[in-house]
Design a protein around this ligand. Structure first.
Ligand SMILES: NC(=O)c1ccc[n+]([C@@H]2O[C@H](COP(=O)([O-])OP(=O)(O)OC[C@H]3O[C@@H](n4cnc5c(N)ncnc54)[C@H](O)[C@@H]3O)[C@@H](O)[C@H]2O)c1
Length: 263
């Protein structure tokens, strides 16, 4: 399945309302389509309003319910307004998929301060702000899904700020799990391996010394399963964590990486 394939839902998220950040592209768009096909009403949030509208139109065309939201997850007022709009439209929030993320440039020896701050603002602060805003509308049975990365688990060359920020997302998830269990809300983090999306293209190109195909080859050898991930591979894991099937899972760090971190 790719992001645009149709999916015959079986109602695994029937009656639920989900907010997905960074849902205008890549993994977030695939998740929006999958969650909606499984019966959720979806708040499609992206800082780029045009791509949020595109995803929303795709969901609607497939017979689902979605609301496009333009917001930067690192800005508290924008995030609060978006969460309030979803709750007003669909009557609450059950699931938050904190998927919006940005990469970073360079090893710790050369990483630039502005790039470091941007990476933490979006990946870490955005996860905190979106979760806080959604919790105001979330009751027992709620599920928070955070987007980590294999970069939280192993060192990825020339990705210092990204590794650190995704490590912080894993730690924040454990903190959320402990703090929110009493109100019946679960929190888990997915650590995807490399999925070919616009986000990863600069990294893959750099790894191939400017040659994208070479970068892909050099990446592939790290994957015992013999392929890189697809957006749907990650969206399906998010679907499971969002659903009541994962009712006993909280604080889990779920690698979805074709065995990359197993070796
Ligand atoms: N692609 C991979 O290989 C991979 C691997 C591990 C983890 N991840 C993580 O998965 C998530 C999604 O990655 P992707 O590859 O689908 O990326 P992508 O670049 O295709 O999509 C990311 C989306 O997030 C949006 N976004 C960025 N900053 C935002 C902000 N401040 N507020 C709101 N929206 C914002 C972008 O506009 C874009 O639409 C990220 O957190 C990324 O770090 C990706």
């Amino acid at each position: 399945m790719t992001a645009t394939d149709s999916h015959e839902g079986t109602g695994r998220l029937a009656g639920k309302v989900a907010v997905i950040t960074g849902a205008g592209s890549g993994i977030g768009r695939a998740a929006a389509l999958l969650f909606a096909a499984e019966g959720a009403a979806v708040g499609v949030l992206d800082r780029d309003g045009a791509v949020a509208e595109e995803t929303t139109a795709m969901v609607t065309a497939a017979g689902g319910r979605a609301l496009a939201l333009t917001a930067d997850v690192s800005k508290a007022a924008q995030v609060t307004q978006a969460a309030d709009a979803v709750a007003a439209e669909f009557g609450g929030i059950d699931v938050v998929y904190n998927n919006a993320g940005v990469d970073s440039r360079g090893s710790v020896a050369v990483a630039e301060e502005a790039d470091w701050d941007r990476c933490f603002d979006v990946n870490v602060k955005g996860t905190y702000l979106m979760t806080q805003a959604a919790l105001a509308h979330m009751g027992p049975g709620g599920s928070i899904i955070n987007q980590g990365s294999v970069a939280a688990l192993v060192g990825v060359m020339n990705f210092a700020a990204y590794c650190a920020a995704k490590g912080a997302v894993v730690a924040l998830t454990r903190s959320m799990a402990v703090d929110l269990a009493g109100r019946g809300v679960r929190a888990n983090v997915i650590c995807p391996g490399t999925v070919y999306t616009p986000l990863m293209e600069p990294m893959l190109r750099a790894r191939g010394d400017g040659d994208l195909d070479l970068g892909l080859q050099r990446t592939l050898v790290k994957y015992p399963i013999g392929r890189l991930g697809d957006v749907a591979d990650i969206a399906r894991v998010a679907l499971f964590l969002a659903s009541d099937e994962a009712a006993f899972m909280t604080g889990s760090v779920v690698a979805a990486d074709g065995g990359m971190t197993a070796q």
